[in-house]
Design a binder for this molecule. Structure first.
Ligand code: ZN
Length: 160
């Protein structure tokens, strides 16, 4: 069986940046399971996996255009520190959800001064080339329910 749209695929993967630092990996744990062809993983990786078989080993470098996009300076916002009164754990890297004109957005605190706090609405991997080392472990047909939901259902419990 080959990877195609609406196959459920299990992969082991290691993701590194251009300095070789590991950003994420499934090694030592369960493989990642995803529904192919519906944008459940970054486009640059999904397109490379198309047509691959169990046991295939792939190394691919995905540029931001095919992953989480470029870092957008317009998504940096400086707000008055007084707006964070009452938040005890304000620190660099703190993430929280805000309501914007475009809907809810997760932002990250990237700078704190005496008077201001700068938050960044970019995905943490925006602008980062992603180097994937992937081994295909399992391929099966998706169930009608999985196709309807647009994602894979793992073994055992799955609740919505
Ligand atoms: Zn579901």
């Amino acid at each position: 069986m080959q990877i195609a749209k609406h196959k459920v695929v299990k992969i082991h993967f290691t993701l590194t940046d251009d300095d070789g630092e590991v950003i994420d990996t499934s090694e030592g744990g369960e493989p990642l399971e995803y529904l192919h062809g519906v944008g459940g993983i970054v486009p640059g990786l999904e397109s490379v996996l198309e047509g691959k078989s169990v046991g295939d080993h792939i190394k691919v470098s995905v540029q931001p255009d095919d992953a989480y996009g470029d870092h957008d300076e317009d998504l940096l916002h400086e707000v008055a520190r007084s707006q964070f009164e009452g938040i005890d754990d304000l620190e660099l890297g703190l993430q929280f959800q805000v309501d914007t004109d475009d809907g809810p957005m997760v932002v990250t605190v990237v700078e704190i001064t005496d008077k201001t706090v700068t938050v960044d609405g970019n995905h943490e991997l925006a602008g980062v080339p992603l180097n994937f080392d992937v081994t295909v472990r399992e391929i099966r047909d998706a169930t009608p329910e999985e196709i309807a939901h647009g994602h894979a259902h793992g073994e055992g419990c799955h609740e919505h």
